[in-house]
Design a protein around this ligand. Structure first.
Ligand code: C5P
Length: 229
């Protein structure tokens, strides 16, 4: 089965501050996105990669992120859309011929190639899977400044990426979402909404999403830990 990856990296990252979107900021002397793409370069299950960037950053991404690091699996670099969902859809259109698609945030540079492979393996059997970790904190449903409910922690998992699907399942979920005006912050939600069973594979607490300056420092420390460990 042919496997392709879509890497949405078209956010403008306002929470990070600075001029450069967070996916292009340097982490250990390399753009965050180049670390992410290296994991896919290393993963033997992935054949090709489509990268989705903010409009106008296509050449910058080729020159600063892809070419210097030998990321030969990158097939296309295309502009994204207003919402993450729109960006992933732009990438999905360019994966024709793939049987399985792996969607992974450009700003999760610590993903292990083995975790990508695990999702592909489960997807072959079950059609839809996401990486997630059990929640450690007790989670409250809050409205305004008032707690409405305490959710049962033993049932709660925090969704990460990679999220991996049979391409035809994800395609149908997107078509349905656009028809019905549905919007979601991850792809698994769209697949769930059409009544398809989505599996979970245990991700890594270290597979963080870089959103703030603090996350960038944490990612640096986690990388140092890996190199020495
Ligand atoms: O928005 P969030 O921080 O959850 O972003 C997760 C990933 O989705 C990031 O890699 C970001 O660049 C990407 N994204 C995108 N298009 C958007 C918004 C976010 O590709 N319009």
């Amino acid at each position: 089965m042919k496997v392709m990856a879509i890497i949405p990296a078209a956010g403008m990252g306002e929470r990070m501050g600075g001029d450069l979107p967070k996916q292009f900021v340097l982490l250990k002397d390399r753009p965050v996105l180049s670390h992410t793409l290296s994991a896919f370069q290393t993963c033997p299950d992935v054949e090709g990669v489509v990268v989705v960037v903010p409009e106008g950053y296509e050449n910058f991404c080729a020159r600063e992120v892809v070419e210097p690091y030998g990321l030969s699996k990158v097939r296309e670099i295309v502009p994204g859309g207003r919402r993450r969902q729109d960006s992933v859809y732009e990438g999905l259109k360019l994966t024709e011929g793939a049987d399985i698609v792996v969607v992974h945030d450009g700003v999760r540079p610590l993903v292990r190639p083995e975790l990508i492979s695990e999702t592909v393996e489960i997807c072959r059997k079950h059609g839809a899977v996401l990486a997630a970790v059990p929640v450690k904190d007790t989670v409250k449903l809050v409205e305004g400044e008032v707690v409405r409910k305490t959710l049962p922690r033993d049932l709660l998992w925090a969704a990460q990426t990679p999220q991996t699907f049979l391409r035809k399942v994800l395609w149908e979920a997107f078509e349905r979402a656009f028809e019905e005006g549905l919007c979601a912050t991850d792809e698994a939600s769209l697949v769930e909404m059409m009544g398809y069973e989505v599996r979970v594979v245990r991700g890594d607490y270290g597979n963080i999403k870089i959103t703030t300056q603090e996350d960038l420092r944490l990612a640096e420390l986690l990388m140092e830990g890996r190199c020495s460990g």
